[in-house]
Structures are given as C-alpha cells and as structure tokens.
Design a protein around this ligand. Structure first.
Ligand code: URP
Ligand code: ZN
Ligand code: ZN
Ligand code: ZN
Length: 480
C-alpha cells in the first residue's frame, strides 16, 4: 500500500472551499488536514510515498460522467470509442468514473444484454464504471428481469420515447416499466422526444430534398421535446416513479421540469456541454471545404442542438443556476466522419446520432466558472457530487472526505488547454474530428488520481488498461 499527500491546494466541494492537505492511503482518502499539520506527531511530507504539490491549484473530487455510450450499436455501426479508449480519454479530462448504458433490445433478454456489456468493459477500463440498463423492449420477460437489476448494482434504467423500431417504447410500455421503477426504487431515465412525430417530419423534409444535417435539427422540433417531457412527467406521476430526463436541450422542456419540481415531484434533469455551447445555426448549419454542408454531421445528436436565436443555450446555463437542471453529463457517443457519419450523406436520417465529449466536460464546465455563470462549488456539484448522489455512489465517490475513494483531480486555474487536432491541440478520443475543435480553455487538468493511483500527471499517462473496476451502485440518494 502506498500513501499520497496532496498538499498546498484549495480543496473544493459542493458546499465550500478551503486550504487543506489530502492524505490517501492505498485506494482510500484517510484524512483532510489543515495545511502543514502533523498527524500523530509525524511530518507527513517526509513520511508519505508521494507528495503532490497543488499550490495555487484546485483539488476536486474526480469527475463522474453519468451518461456515456462506449461501443453503442447505432445506425448500422458502433460508437467509435471502446471502453479502453473512451475511459482513457475520460481520465485525461479529469473524469474518474463513468456510468455507461448496457443495451437490451426487443427480443433480447435483459440479463444477456447486461452480461454482454460486462464482457465489453471488464478488464478494459481506465477508470471505474457503472451501468444503467437500456430497456429497448418492454415485455413481460424484461419487466420481470428488471426487478433483479438492483441486486446487480444497476439502480437506473433508460427508456426511449424516440427512435421507433430501434429502442422506442410506447406509452403503455413506459407505464408498465415505470410501475417497476416505483416498486423497486430504480430511477427511470427518459429520452424524451416524440419519435413517431419526428419520423413523419423527417420523412417529409427528405422528400422535399432537405437532406442536410441542418434538417435533423428542424425535424426534431422543440415542441416534440416539450411534449414528450410533459408526457413522461405525467406517466411518472401516475405511477409514482422517480424520473430523470436525460440530455435536455429545449428551454420549453426545462419549463416542464421546473413546473414538475415546483409541484413536489421527484423529477430531475440533465443537460450536456453541447446544449450549453453549440447551436442549430452555427454547428448543424456549418459548411466546410472538406464536407460542404455535410460538415454539420459532426454535431448530429438527439435531442438536437437548438437555435441560438431562440436562446436555448443561455436558458440552459440559467437552469444550472436555479437547479431546474441538476447535473451535466456528456452523452458521449462518438462517430467518425469517414465511414460512420458519412453513412448519412444525402439523407440526414442515416447519420449515426452522437457527439464525443467525455474528455472535455470538466474543462468546458469550468468555463462557466471563468465567465461567472456558475460558482466553483456548483462546478463540482454539477460534475461530481450530484451525479454521485443521483446514482447511488455518494460517500464512495463525489466527495473528498475520509473513507471516500481516492479519486482526485488537481486542476490548475492558470493553465491553458487547446482542444482539437493539429499543432498544440489534443484529444484522446477515438475520433477523426473534434466537435470542440478550436476551443480554448482557461484552466488545465494537471493530475488525475483514481483510487489512489496517479493516472495522469504532467502531461503523461501513467495508468494502464484494466485499472477501472465495476461500480455496484445503490439506490439514488437524491430522492425525497
Ligand atoms: O445522439 C445521441 N444522444 N446518441 C446517443 C443515444 C442517445 O439517445 O442517448
Ligand atoms: Zn437518448
Ligand atoms: Zn449565434
Ligand atoms: Zn445517450
């Protein structure tokens, strides 16, 4: 067992900040000390194995990205990051836990889908990982199997009101699954978009020759996110299920969440960096020399990027302040342009949906601190503490305190990060482009420690494949 002391930094939690030294013994935090203090009469800096000088830097709990899709089968291809490449990129960016989505599809057994996801991840991950369960085919068998998930450490499942013929559930199926959620305490996660209506609009647009990525955003109208969000809230209410709406992008959907919460319902919402920064006009409507107006395919995801003119992005930042939205995940689901996104040349419906950001979430959200949109404490809360509480990991993860896993990021507020490809630019995700090309970050992830092991330090990767372990999660600690 080795000991590590992180000294001289400002320890930031969801509720405050202060100068403190953090002592890790083996995999676990054993003490948070006044600067320079002696433990049992010994000078710690002389007796520990490793001293990390964090003077002038923030010491924060490792990031938790509660929404990733490594190797997700989608649109005839697979998300381009494996558990190995995607979790290594996460570590580079200061994320020390992910919660990925195991997939069950119509006709498949839930247990088989889950077992397959364990096979994909086991021994390959750089950081700790848990699973939510996608239920893509609600029937008597899957409903029965869902009751066993909590014992497996899977305390949340995702349903889709979108993607008819793929992951879609109709209202009757949703109601039945939510009854299991209410009965077991599992959190129902919802992809809230009216898929059947979207598919009609998309078909009509393509028939009019409107085949570019831009029209993906038009077909997936905000009204159809607002409507589905409302329907999900009411179905949850009638069953008593706790509801967590994933990847919220429309300001009108936020209003639905706020209304539900104001009425005392166990309803929560997540947004993603892309909905805070990127837009229908600038990204989905982009063109380039290489790809022409197909350039926008880099940003085809669902829910879609919303209109800047309509002010959704601005509103989303505000919802983070008012706690109408409780946390930020990435929905990391990368696809390369060549051989994957380009399946949809001439028909936006065939573009695999997803953006890769797992490496950049901590940096991108820190820009909210730099620009005065959120506090330092809120940054930690949105990216680590609330994800831990929401998904039954708090105490072990999401907090720097004795007994917690030694998952720590030393973040340099005076550092700088240039995101993308080419000279001085970096990312480690398995993609042939970056959705964040050209982003200049005030701040830098200096040191990343996972369960006491230094994974990233001084621009070097020191971890190895298989460092990450499966996280058996408990029930949500966020419910009233
Ligand atoms: O575009 C997205 N979000 N792709 C991943 C699948 C999903 O709906 O989360
Ligand atoms: Zn989704
Ligand atoms: Zn604009
Ligand atoms: Zn997703």
């Amino acid at each position: 067992m080795s000991t590590t002391l992180i000294t001289g930094g400002t320890v930031v939690s969801a509720t405050g900040r202060g100068e403190a030294d953090v002592l890790i013994d083996g995999e676990t935090i054993v003490a948070v000390l006044q600067p320079g203090s002696e433990l049992l009469g010994t000078d710690l800096t002389a007796s520990v194995d490793t001293v990390i000088d964090a003077t002038g830097k923030y010491v924060i709990p490792g990031g938790i990205d509660a929404h990733t899709h490594m190797q997700l089968p989608f649109g005839g291809t697979f998300a381009s990051d494996t558990f190995e490449t995607g979790t290594r990129a996460a570590a580079w960016g200061g994320t020390t836990s992910i919660i990925d989505f195991a997939v069950q599809r119509t006709g498949e057994r839930v247990q088989d889908g889950l077992a397959h996801w364990h096979e994909l991840a086991a021994g390959n991950c750089a950081v700790d990982y848990g699973f939510h369960q996608i239920i893509g085919g609600v029937d008597d068998d899957s409903l029965a199997a869902m009751r066993g998930l909590v014992d497996e450490g899977i305390s949340s499942f995702k349903l889709f009101m979108a993607y008819p013929g793929v992951f879609y559930s109709d209202d009757a199926q949703i109601l039945k699954a939510m009854q299991v959620s209410a009965e077991t305490g599992m959190l129902t996660m919802m992809h809230a978009e009216n898929g059947p209506a979207i598919d009609v609009l998309a078909e009509q647009l393509v028939a009019q020759g409107k085949t570019d990525p831009y029209w993906h955003g038009v077909a997936r109208a905000w009204q159809l996110e607002e409507e589905a969000t409302h329907r999900a809230i009411m179905l949850a209410d009638v069953t008593g299920a706790p509801l967590y709406v994933v990847h919220v992008s429309a300001k009108q959907a936020v209003a639905q969440l706020a209304w539900a919460r104001d009425n005392g319902k166990n309803v929560f919402g997540e947004t993603c960096p892309q909905y805070l920064y990127l837009s229908l006009e600038e990204q989905l409507g982009a063109s380039s020399d290489e790809w022409g107006t197909f350039e926008g395919a880099k940003w085809v995801c669902s829910t879609p990027l919303r209109s800047h003119e309509e002010g959704h992005q601005h509103h989303m930042w505000q919802a983070l302040r008012t706690n109408d939205i409780q946390m930020v995940s990435t929905d990391h689901c990368p696809f390369c342009m060549k051989g994957q996104k380009d399946l949809g040349l001439g028909d936006f419906r065939a573009i695999p949906n997803g953006i890769g950001s797992v490496e950049h979430r901590m940096d991108l959200m820190y820009q909210g601190v730099v620009t005065g949109k959120i506090t330092l404490e809120r940054w930690v809360e949105l990216t680590s503490t609330t994800p831990a509480r929401m998904f039954g990991l708090y105490g072990r993860k999401g907090v720097i305190q004795p007994g917690a896993d030694g998952d720590i990021v030393v973040y340099d507020p005076n550092g700088h990060t240039s995101i993308g490809f080419g000279e001085g630019r970096t990312h480690h995700m398995n993609m042939d482009h970056s959705a964040w090309e050209g982003y200049e970050i005030d701040g830098h992830v200096d040191t990343v420690i996972s369960r006491g092991k230094v994974l990233v330090d001084g621009g070097q990767y020191l971890g190895s494949k298989g460092d990450g372990r499966f996280l058996k999660r408990g029930l949500s600690q966020y419910l009233v």
